[in-house]
Design a binder for this molecule. Sequence first.
Ligand code: NAP
Length: 301
Amino acid sequence: MRKRGNSLSLAPSSLYKRAFLEYEKLMKILLLGKTGLLGSEFLEIFSREGIPFEAPGHHELDLLNFDKVDQFLAGNFFDLILYCVAYTKVDQAETERGACEQLNVNVLRNILTHRRPIVHFSSDYVFNAPSNMAIPENFLRQPINFYGETKKQAEILLEHSGVDFWNIRTSWLFGTHGENFITKILDLSKEHDVLRIVADQVGRPTSTKDLAESVFKNFILNRSDSGHYHIQNSGTPGSWADFAEYFLQKQKWEGRVEPIASENLGKKALRPKNSVLLNTKSPENLRDWHEAVDEFLQTRQ
Ligand SMILES: NC(=O)c1ccc[n+]([C@@H]2O[C@H](COP(=O)([O-])OP(=O)(O)OC[C@H]3O[C@@H](n4cnc5c(N)ncnc54)[C@H](OP(=O)(O)O)[C@@H]3O)[C@@H](O)[C@H]2O)c1
């Protein structure tokens, strides 16, 4: 038997530890979108860290089947939902509005009726901010394309849901688990000597690996306050053309990037000119995007 004095002095930490272990037993995360560019990073982290989770894939749990989703969520307890699902084809969304709205808004609305805390991902495309400013979390939402509109609607649903939510706005994702701007441009650079790339949209690319690690640390293990957050790699902002120049040069490509205006690309959806997000709330700033791109290029060698 421990002496009373000892047990008293040990009580707070041992109680804390016991509570934490109990909490760990309860903690089970539902990961939705495990095959996506971002979702697959969480799959890796949870496996590495031994975090209890379930990650039904699209064919196991089609989120458009609301009855099935209701049954699944009613029959399983999840401490947190990690919502990496989205309709992300920004140009196609202009003509497939129903499909985009269904996945980005209506599926989320259904899931929120189950009242579980949720981490949701949104986009720089909810804004249309003037250039030469970094956009803070509480800036006016004014999307200029349909995808951005559905992301805004999703954010409003979260705000009115009454559940704890962490809405992470991010931008220009690249990672090892799917096609992205870097992989597309590198493929094109094998066939072309001149690449025409947009130079009037300015932002910062974001590594899915860095983003997922930061979300895991600050919003899954430690629950920062509920609300909207901006997470983007840091470093000097640049245009898509600057971004491409950087990694093409690193790959010793001998061609030329021709900077063009967005209008000359003939895309269906308009894009905001400013995608520079200001982080005033997240406890962590991500490393410089140049460093993250260097690491990404190394993984491809
Ligand atoms: N990519 C970017 O540059 C970017 C920028 C800013 C914000 N974001 C946001 O970041 C988040 C993650 O984006 P991402 O690029 O990783 O998306 P993604 O690669 O397009 O992945 C989307 C995921 O949704 C799943 N899914 C689609 N329809 C489904 C359905 N009916 N039922 C179940 N699952 C379904 C897909 O599964 P299947 O593949 O099996 O269909 C896939 O796992 C999204 O909220 C996005 O809006 C992305």
